[in-house]
Write a protein that binds this ligand. Structure first.
Ligand code: NAD
Length: 412
């Protein structure tokens, strides 16, 4: 059934991408790959995984048989955000269904259409009524009710830290349901002077912060640059940012679509004001543009001279705003990388293999990219440490979230 669902998502990829773009404003080129493309792959991955995981026979005394079995947890409550609803929804749904659970899924209030269509597809593929339930509504009402429910055994969440805290409270006040939180980030992208190709680093780094208007949890929003190449790299980046075409998300030539909502755009612009007030230098972008279209568009912004105590260094914008900070030594770069409460992703650009390994070991993050930024697939987990959360989506590790262990202890 999971394979059939994957096939249907792939067959309807364009319709699903258009539906999602109309809902959340992501540029079509990215939405097509990241939403139906990724969701179909996720259903396929877990369809193929589910008969490859089995229990254990424990090495007990010979007169006892100890069988360790995986049991479904029961009802999984999934709460997802608006930036990539289909992809993130599939990351939770596919492993939860594969392990034999039922799911109540709450999409974000500004982006629920693709997940409602996915529910129809699941039903058309034969998933019995009641196994997947999509409940739309606000976070304060529908989300809070799910979090407080005694009928929910596991809560799988992606969203902001503020909401994550509320879910933990709701769990404590209700049935102590397990909560897996995938939260925000302020991910450092570190460019050393010995990076193999500065032009490529600039291109990939610009995409790593500006695509989907920066509304990407792992966006490389803090650029740390070695002082000797700071000015050259800033120029390369500026050129990349200014070459990005911002506009109608459904236009195939668009690189960066719309900001999700007026509220998010206002928040992004208030971060620009804060950055200027704190001494940041805006070298490009940071304005509302194309206002006559009625859309919520913002020009990609690069702010240099951002210090460790600036809001732009410490707080997640979730918008197309890159904070640039210079460093002198590897030790300083590592300290700066780890100087926030978050720990989701990171990037390191260097041709020095030993340095790359030292940075991978030293950076506190769920994923560290080396000489690239943002790559991933279903075989590797995605999740953070610190205030970026505690759960991992994707890979076989995600199956642990949706199973309980049961021991059968049999005296022979
Ligand atoms: P949000 O926390 O406001 O909303 C996320 C979801 O939670 C929505 O469905 C919303 O309706 C629901 N919600 C809100 N208040 C709730 C409450 N009191 N009780 C229950 N549910 C509630 O986050 P957002 O603004 O929609 O999404 C942006 C955030 O998500 C960013 O911080 C971003 O970094 C994060 N994010 C993280 C990842 C990851 O994998 N770590 C991926 C994408 C986005």
């Amino acid at each position: 059934m999971l394979h059939r669902i994957a096939d249907r998502i792939a067959a309807e990829a364009i319709e699903l991408a258009v539906l999602g773009v109309r809902d959340n404003g992501t540029e079509f080129s990215m939405a097509l790959k990241a939403e139906p493309g990724s969701a179909a792959g996720t259903f396929r991955y877990y369809a193929e995984a589910l008969d490859k995981v089995a229990g254990e026979v424990a090495p007990t005394a010979p007169d006892v048989l100890g069988l360790v079995q995986r049991m479904p947890v029961g009802v999984v409550g999934a709460i997802v955000p608006w930036n990539f609803p289909l992809m993130i929804g599939a990351w939770k749904l596919a492993p939860a269904l594969a392990m034999g659970n039922s799911v109540v899924l709450k999409p974000a209030e500004t982006a629920s259409l693709t997940l409602l269509r996915l529910a129809e597809i699941c039903s058309e593929c034969g998933l019995p009524d009641g196994v997947l339930n999509v409940v739309t509504g606000s976070g304060a009402e529908a989300g809070a009710a799910l979090a407080a429910s005694n009928g929910v055994d596991v809560l799988a969440f992606t969203g902001s830290g503020a909401t994550g805290r509320k879910l933990l409270e709701a769990s404590a006040r209700s049935n102590l349901k397990r909560c897996y939180l995938e939260l925000g980030g302020k991910s450092p992208n570190i460019v050393f002077a010995d990076a193999p190709d500065l032009a490529k680093a600039a291109k990939v780094s610009a995409a790593g912060i500006f695509r989907n208007s920066g509304q990407v949890c792992i966006a490389g929003s803090r650029l740390l640059v070695e002082a000797s190449v700071h000015d050259e790299f800033a120029e390369l980046l500026q050129a990349e940012a200014e070459a990005l075409r911002v506009g109608d998300p459904l236009d195939l030539k668009t690189h960066v679509g719309a900001v999700n909502s007026e509220e998010q755009l206002r928040r992004n612009l208030s971060f620009m004001d804060m950055a200027r007030a704190e001494g940041g230098q805006v070298i490009t972008g940071g304005h509302r543009i194309l206002e006559d279209t009625g859309g919520t568009y913002m020009s990609p912004a690069i702010v240099t001279h951002v210090a460790q105590d600036h809001a732009l260094f410490q707080r997640e914008v979730f918008g197309p705003v890159l904070a640039v900070t210079r460093f002198e030594t590897e030790a300083e770069a590592l300290n700066l990388a780890n100087a926030t409460d978050f720990g989701l992703a990171a990037g390191v650009w260097t041709a020095n293999l030993s340095r790359a390994h030292r940075m991978v070991a030293g950076i506190r993050a769920g994923v560290v990219h080396v000489n690239t930024y943002g790559g991933s697939d279903n075989t590797v987990p995605l999740g953070g440490v610190g205030q970026s959360g505690n759960g991992h989506d994707k890979s076989l590790h995600a199956l642990d979230k949706y199973t309980d262990l049961k021991t059968a202890w049999i005296q022979l």
